[in-house]
Design a protein around this ligand. Structure first.
Ligand SMILES: [Zn+2]
Length: 292
């Protein structure tokens, strides 16, 4: 994928989190992947969360004097475990501890430790925990370190991952689990997809003022090549259609579009995902968005 231009040309500035104990760096990779490099301030150890390849991370560590000691994988798609294979090819995987989904350990190159719901993981001296968040693909896990959430392809800015393995009920349960995290939790997802997701969101909840505000903010950021993530869980709860199954407007709009009666929140989630997959919203013009 050499020479492919990334949709983010100006990554987020590094920020500290977890009471200043962790420093988080964002490394764009391939076309729209976001690799999160998390550095323990006390030990200088760096952990990469997912990634299609290793080159960007290795160059970044070299430039900043970080020591890459660990990879945390959320799931087994090639653009998330590609970094493992690349490190292996370079003869560097032995120096790196690989932690990944225990339920799919056989598909995680170089895995040292498979993890599952409730397990603890470390970045340097900082302890995090594992949440099982299946639905995108079997075995998918997310990692929470204090106010940081690394959720792979489960929750995106204003969206959620495709249901490759599903079923919808599993993804819905995973999203509900993530939605219980505190409002200031930083949602560090694995792709910059927010604009596309917001375009869909507006078609199902056009009376949501927080959504209108977010669309304006994200359009401005993206016009400058900046990244729209991490967002916060508070923002996601207020604007992400896949966390807003209780919105009367959203329920009505989705039921109408799908010509179905929707009873439970699970039904609303499944129908909302199916409606987005139909891609009708792609034709919604910018002039029909609240971006003026
Ligand atoms: Zn994926």
């Amino acid at each position: 994928m050499v020479g492919m231009e990334h949709v983010v040309t100006r990554p987020r500035e590094p920020f500290t989190s977890a009471d200043g104990r962790l420093e988080v760096h964002q490394i764009p990779s391939w076309k729209d992947n976001l690799i999160w490099l998390v550095v323990c301030k006390e030990t200088g150890e760096a952990t990469a969360v997912d990634g299609p390849e290793a080159a960007g991370v290795l160059a970044y560590c070299e430039e900043h004097g970080f020591r890459l000691t660990q990879v945390l994988n959320t799931h087994t798609h090639p653009d998330h475990v590609g970094i493992n294979r690349d490190l292996e090819k370079r003869g560097l995987l032995d120096e790196v501890q690989v932690v990944g989904p225990g339920r799919k350990a056989e598909a995680v190159p170089g895995i040292d430790r498979g993890v599952d719901e409730g397990d603890e993981v470390m970045i340097g001296t900082c302890t995090g925990r594992v949440l099982l968040t299946e639905g995108h693909i079997d075995g998918h896990v997310s990692y929470v370190f204090d106010d940081l959430l690394f959720c792979g392809d489960t929750l995106f800015g204003a969206g959620c991952g495709y249901l490759f393995d599903g079923p919808p009920a599993k993804m819905h349960a995973s999203l509900e689990k993530l939605a219980t995290l505190p409002a200031d939790t930083k949602v560090c997802c694995a792709h910059e997809y927010t604009e596309d997701n917001l375009r869909f969101a507006w078609t199902v909840e056009p009376d949501n003022e927080a959504l209108a505000q977010r669309i304006r903010e994200v359009w401005a950021l993206r016009a400058r090549g900046e990244c729209s993530v991490p967002s916060t869980m508070g923002e996601e709860r207020a604007t992400n259609p896949f966390l807003r199954t209780s919105s009367a407007t959203l329920r009505d709009r989705v039921a109408h579009a799908m010509e179905r009666v929707l009873e439970s929140d699970g039904d609303v989630f499944a129908a909302t995902r199916a409606l987005k997959d139909r891609k009708d919203y792609k034709t919604l013009a910018d002039q029909d968005l609240p971006v003026g």
